[in-house]
Write a protein that binds this ligand. Structure first.
Ligand SMILES: Cc1cc2nc3c(=O)[nH]c(=O)nc-3n(C[C@H](O)[C@H](O)[C@H](O)COP(=O)(O)O)c2cc1C
Length: 368
């Protein structure tokens, strides 16, 4: 039932595209409204948002545009406070960054930033309550719900089914897709290795072994062969030809994040947009250093310096690096912010959402 309504929703779109949920700034109300106005699905990345923000942003977007809205959340693991030695070691790894060196000539970063974040990383709650976050969702009722890092609890499925809200869940391997298949979800988001942002693997402690690192198209094909649920392709899809290729391999739609990041309306930082459009040769890297879980972003001094250094579990590491990332954004320095982006980021352009969608539609026609 919910798979059918999801498929019908996709059929009603101008293009089979979901603008990816992107927590941490890009998905402002104005940005999501601009996406909806172009006739595709607009998503909010509410992972770190409190209920009040969720309620007000979902209501605000409804005042600005119609069309299907997706509200996205993380499934955070149960966590204890970090033990003293782990916290000290992870903080020490950050203190060893050049900018905190006593001889550094860069005085824009004060090591006291780390003291504030250490205190926060050590204090529960370590992440927002999913129950409280979803209370906001039930009252405003977006058209879709999606989850990253695993399955939501059964009460979420029950409530969503009673309100007829389809649930989408990310898989980065076939075995995760098979678990989603039996869960009551409406569709599987097959997230390939090219994808920007956090990889949605279920087991936070898992290492990234190369054998499960499938490209988006290979994963889509494998999941489509073995699962009956509709498949949404995510990762490295930057133009109309790539949308077509994903559909040809079995996807019913695609989820695109990086392609939207440099759009005028996106809330990504100015430095993030500048690197996306002007520094194609930096390339991307998978790193746990910002948040404690693997995510793909543009290489910068932070990702280079922190390579192989100890980190706290997700999301405590995210909290530990919080003040440093904020300071970096505040002073317009791209080197210590997380600049999430997929492998296709060199195709990003400075353009409006309207221009991007027209370009995707145009490429799609050409490749038909
Ligand atoms: C800046 C950024 C933030 C992201 N945040 C989230 C998020 O909050 N929730 C989520 O499910 N996926 C998130 N993702 C992953 C996307 O859902 C999607 O898998 C990815 O963008 C697809 O690859 P692409 O960036 O190459 O298009 C994020 C991606 C980016 C680029």
């Amino acid at each position: 039932m919910s798979s059918d309504s999801f498929k019908a929703m996709i059929k009603s779109l101008r293009l089979p595209v979901i603008q990816a949920p992107m927590a941490g700034g890009p998905c402002t109300v104005n940005f999501v409204a601009s996406v909806l106005k172009e006739g595709i699905i607009g998503s909010f990345g509410f992972a770190y948002s409190q209920a009040e923000t969720i309620r007000s942003e979902l209501s605000a977007v409804r005042q600005m545009a119609t069309g299907p809205v997706n509200a996205n959340f993380f499934i955070f693991p149960a966590l204890h406070a970090p033990n003293e030695a782990d916290l000290a070691q992870a903080a020490q790894a950050l203190r060893r960054l050049d900018i905190f060196d006593a001889w550094s000539t860069d005085h824009r970063y004060n090591p006291q930033l780390l003291d504030q974040s250490m205190q926060k990383a050590n204090t529960a709650p370590f992440f927002p309550s999913l129950y409280d976050q979803l209370e906001a969702v039930w009252s405003v009722r977006p058209q879709l719900l999606s989850f990253h890092f695993g399955l939501p609890p059964s009460w979420v499925f029950e409530k969503a089914h009673s309100l007829q809200i389809p649930i989408l869940i990310s898989a980065s391997t076939l075995s995760e897709a098979l678990v989603i298949e039996g869960s009551g979800a409406a569709a599987i988001i097959a997230q390939g290795i090219e994808a920007g942002g956090h990889r949605g693997y279920f087991d936070a402690a898992a290492s990234l072994s190369p054998h499960d690192a499938l490209t988006t198209l290979d994963l889509v094909e494998e999941v489509s062969i073995h699962c009956k649920l509709p498949v949404v392709a995510a990762g490295g899809i930057m133009n109309g030809q790539a949308i077509r290729a994903a559909i040809d391999r079995g996807a019913c739609a695609v989820q695109m994040g990086t392609a939207f990041l440099a759009c005028d309306e996106s809330g990504a930082s100015i430095e993030h947009k500048r690197l996306l459009t002007e520094e194609p040769n930096r390339g991307t890297v998978f790193t746990r250093a910002f948040s404690g879980r693997y995510a793909r972003g543009i290489c910068n001094r932070f990702t280079e310096s922190m390579h192989d250094r100890p980190v706290l579990p997700f999301p405590q590491q995210n909290t530990l690096t919080g003040a440093l990332r904020q300071r970096s954004a505040q002073i317009g320095d791209p080197e210590y912010q997380s600049l999430w982006a997929g492998t296709g980021y060199s195709q990003c352009r400075t353009e409006s959402v309207k221009e991007l969608i027209a370009r995707l539609e145009q490429n799609d026609r050409i490749s038909n």
